[in-house]
Design a protein around this ligand. Structure first.
Ligand code: AMP
Length: 342
């Protein structure tokens, strides 16, 4: 039996296992939480991410160790020889370094630096450990920044896009169709792929430059702003990504399966869309699942306790009409706002 270790036992780890079990793989997760939702589909090592003993137990007999979140301590990834390699973590964990990397690679971004340099109002972000819009504030006046902050020009984007890509150990690189994403309060609500009229080739060039520069192995996502038909890179994530969940039901090979194939050194599968797909996140509280199923949705529930704004699952509609998609989004919204908030 081939064992895959994964640092982090959340829904991304769980979906990796759900993709890998049919390939005969077994999974082991490291998570500080004894109730980690990936425990339903693999063995769970409970411990801090930087605990050497826990890391050694995770890696014991594993063919490869990967991770499901970008704030894995670099030393932990190095200890277990994780793929994607630690350089992707190092470059991505600090927003300033990340933006400087984009710039070095000729990838356009929003202006960044001090508040004065980017203009007002400016979006001030924490350089580290910010996600889903957490650690962000709007600066209306010129002000000095703390050492751990970075200001960005507030981009008047037409829409948010993302590209999910995969690179194998042999350098073979594939791209899924660009997704169009709607966020609210910094949290992803809906992804639509292929994004109508998206600059696919331009997005692929951006992702390919990153993958090649980082000598990357596995799945990587790049979040993009489209402004007047041009793309600006916001950030990259060295992992499977929420805007790629539609690929489970809507693409020939899912991001989860291809991530596993990549880190194991296996041939990658085709990334084409089967049909236009829309993924709706189920946040805070779950809507009626029979109602979603009745609409033809593919429903994925992560087995997590309801809590305000928490990602509890997602539903994907493949080849559905606009009315059906709107109804699924309405069901998800109603549940999210009526949620227990517990
Ligand atoms: P982030 O934490 O960088 O992923 O940002 C979360 C969300 O905030 C993004 O998906 C955008 O909706 C918004 N956002 C982030 N950066 C900018 C920016 N420079 N200009 C406008 N909106 C932004």
């Amino acid at each position: 039996m081939t064992v895959v270790g994964c640092i982090g036992g959340g829904q991304l780890g769980r979906m990796l296992a759900l993709a890998g079990i049919p390939l005969g793989l077994r999974f082991r997760f490291l998570d500080p939480g004894p109730d980690a939702c990936a425990a339903a589909v693999g063995e769970l090592v409970v411990g801090p991410y930087d605990d050497p003993d826990a890391l050694d137990r995770l890696a014991d007999g594993a063919a490869v160790v990967t991770y499901e979140f970008e704030n894995v301590p670099v030393g932990a990834a190095e200890r277990v020889g994780a793929l994607p390699g630690p350089v992707a973590l190092r470059e991505g964990q600090d927003r300033l370094r990340e933006k400087e990397l984009f710039t070095r690679l000729g990838i356009p971004t929003a202006r960044f630096g001090g508040v004065e340099a980017v203009g007002l109002p400016a979006l001030v972000k924490k350089r580290r450990l910010g996600y889903d819009g957490k650690g962000q504030r709007l600066a209306e006046t010129v002000e000095p920044l703390a050492e751990d902050e970075l200001a960005e020009e507030l981009v008047p984007f037409d829409r948010e896009l993302s590209i999910v890509a995969v690179r194998g150990r042999d350098g073979d690189t594939r791209f899924w169709p660009v997704a169009e994403n709607v966020h609210r309060e910094g949290i992803l609500r809906v992804s639509r792929a292929p994004a109508p009229g998206a600059p696919q080739a331009e997005a692929e060039v951006i992702a390919a430059r990153l993958l090649d520069e980082l000598g990357y192995v596995g799945v990587l996502a790049v979040e993009l702003f489209e402004v007047d038909g041009r793309l600006l890179a916001n950030e990259f994530a060295p992992r499977v990504h929420n805007t790629g969940h539609w690929t489970i039901d809507g693409a020939v090979t899912s991001q989860f399966e291809n991530h596993l194939r990549a880190v194991l050194g296996w041939p990658l599968g085709p990334t084409d869309a089967i049909a236009p797909s829309v993924m709706v996140n189920l946040l805070g509280d779950l809507p009626s699942l029979p109602r979603l199923l009745e609409l033809g949705a593919h429903v994925h529930v992560y087995g997590k306790e309801p809590r305000q704004g928490r990602k509890l699952g997602h539903a994907t509609l493949v080849g559905a009409d606009d009315e059906t998609v709107a109804e699924a989004a309405r069901l998800a919204d109603a549940a999210a706002s009526s949620g227990s908030g517990a």
